[in-house]
Design a protein. Structure first.
Length: 229
């Protein structure tokens, strides 16, 4: 009887150890899987471009083009005003490319203000009008003339308020939204996230996950798009 109880106790201990180890492994694997689910900048979600109010193009487009951009980045200004109109006409409007703009703030205080203004414009359903107006302003008044945004103040709250008014936004609502800092945390979080994903300069362009940095020409962008069609 004594030997039986000893064997029984040993058996129970073994079972408990096995079950405990199994439970630990299950819990560990679940935690690992959750923390590993990320979308690094060079592997964007294929549906990301159609889930943002800052997107254009057909959800069925074969090519995804994502632009991380700072409103006070001279190269971003050049890319947006000189390259993207052709991409828009040839590829986005024709359903070949879906495009998403992702604003981040690297350069100056005005970068953060402009980004916050973008989200305030979304509140009124006019993001793209705002996007186009801000980039046209910084290109025409500053960057086409070689002005350095790190030494010269280019975008301020009054300037953004004026631009918002010219594109038909409710100026009072926009001004209140901007001055409240409603989207300040959103902008800093988006910038930090982009940074951790490897976006350390702008413009940072992804075409179906293939990276273009610096100041890509229209020929370079078109060649990469064509290679993906």
């Amino acid at each position: 009887m004594g030997e039986y109880l000893k064997e029984r106790a040993s058996f129970i201990i073994v079972v408990v150890v096995i079950i405990g180890g199994f439970v630990f492994l299950m819990g560990h694997n679940k935690g690992t899987a959750t923390s590993a689910v990320t979308h690094p900048a060079n592997v964007p979600s294929p549906t990301a471009a159609m889930t943002s109010p800052m997107s254009r193009g057909s959800k069925d487009a074969k090519v995804s083009l994502i632009q991380y951009s700072d409103f006070l980045c001279p190269s971003c200004s050049y890319f947006t005003t000189q390259v993207m109109p052709t991409i828009q006409q040839k590829y986005i409007d024709t359903g070949k490319v879906k495009f998403e703009f992702r604003p981040i703030a690297f350069i100056a205080e005005g970068s953060t203000l402009a980004d916050e203004g973008a989200y305030c414009a979304i509140d009124q359903g006019k993001f793209w009008s705002y996007h186009d107006a801000v980039y046209a302003y910084v290109w025409n008044t500053a960057f086409s003339k070689g002005v350095d945004p790190k030494t010269t103040t280019i975008l301020t709250s009054p300037i953004l308020d004026t631009l918002a008014s010219t594109i038909g936004l409710d100026s009072n609502l926009f001004s209140d939204c901007l001055s409240s800092g409603k989207y300040a945390t959103h902008v800093s979080d988006a910038t930090n996230t982009a940074n951790t994903q490897g976006v350390t300069s702008t413009p940072y362009i992804l075409v179906n996950g293939k990276q273009l940095t610096g100041n890509p020409s229209i020929q370079t962008v078109e060649a990469l798009i064509e290679s993906q069609l």
